[in-house]
Design a protein. Structure first.
Length: 223
C-alpha cells in the first residue's frame, strides 16, 4: 500500500512539530501495512509554502525507507495555472497526464468554480487528484459528470471514514465508493494524535471494500 497524501514531514506546514513525532507516525503506518509514503506538504497555501529544497532536507533528515520521494498538496487559486509547477507530480498516466494532488479553498464551493479549475488544469496537461472530495459537499452526480467530461481523479480521507455515527461526509464517501468513483484513499495525516482515526478508516475499508484496497492505495491511474 502506498499513501499519496500526508503532512508527515516535521516543521514544514501544519504537520508534526518534531522529527520524533514524524518517525513515530511512520513506524505506526508501517505497522498498518503501508510500504511507501509520498509526503505532500502544502504548496501555494495562504499560510504555508515550503520550498522543495526544505522538503528534501526533511526527507534526508528522517532517513526512512518508507519515503523515497515527495510531492505537494497544491492549493488551487485562480492564478495557480499561471504559476510554474514544480516537477513533483505523483505519477504520469498512460495517456501522459501529470497527476497532482490539488485542494480547493474552503469557500470555493460553487460547482462552476471547481469545473473551471479542472478544465484549466487539464489545459496544462494536469489531471488533478482532488484531495478529500467529501469536504466540498457537492452532489454525487456532480462528481460523476465531472469525471465523464475531464481527466480528474478523486481522493477520500481515511479520517472521514473513521466517523462511526451518522455523518453526511462519510455517507457520501460510501456512496461514491459503491459507485466506483473513488480513485484513491489517503491518510492526510498531520499529527500523531490522529493516527487512531487512520486505523479505523483503514479497518472499515478492509472489511467492506477489500477488493478495492489494492487500487485505492496505488499509483496507477487509468486514462
Ligand atoms: Fe492535506
Amino acid at each position: 500500500m502506498i499513501d499519496l497524501h500526508s503532512h508527515i514531514l516535521h516543521q514544514l506546514d501544519d504537520g508534526p512539530e518534531s522529527i520524533d513525532e514524524s518517525r513515530e507516525c511512520l513506524r505506526i503506518l508501517a505497522e498498518f501495512g503501508f510500504e511507501e509514503l509520498i509526503p505532500t506538504p502544502h504548496r501555494f497555501h495562504m499560510l504555508y509554502d515550503p520550498q522543495p529544497e526544505d522538503v528534501a532536507d526533511r526527507v534526508a533528515e528522517i532517513g526512512s525507507l518508507l519515503i523515497r520521494r515527495f510531492s505537494f498538496e497544491y492549493m488551487y487559486a485562480h492564478d495557480l495555472v499561471e504559476r510554474q509547477f514544480d516537477a513533483f507530480e505523483l505519477s504520469t498516466t498512460a495517456s501522459g497526464w501529470k497527476v497532482l494532488l490539488v485542494e480547493f479553498l474552503p469557500f470555493m464551493s460553487r460547482k462552476n468554480d471547481i469545473e473551471q479549475a479542472v478544465f484549466s488544469l487539464n489545459m496544462k496537461g494536469i489531471a488533478p487528484l482532488i484531495a478529500h472530495i467529501e469536504r466540498y459537499s457537492m452532489p454525487d452526480e456532480f462528481w460523476a459528470e465531472l469525471k465523464r467530461k475531464y481527466a480528474v481523479y478523486y481522493q477520500i480521507s481515511l479520517k472521514t471514514l473513521s466517523n462511526r455515527f451518522f455523518d453526511n461526509k462519510r455517507n457520501q464517501i460510501i456512496r461514491l465508493l459503491d459507485a466506483g468513483l473513488i480513485d484513491n484513499a489517503a491518510t492526510d495525516l498531520h499529527r500523531l494524535a490522529k493516527i487512531q482515526q487512520i486505523e479505523q478508516g483503514l479497518n472499515y475499508l478492509h472489511k467492506k471494500y477489500s477488493k478495492q484496497i489494492a487500487r485505492l492505495f496505488s499509483l496507477s491511474f487509468e486514462g
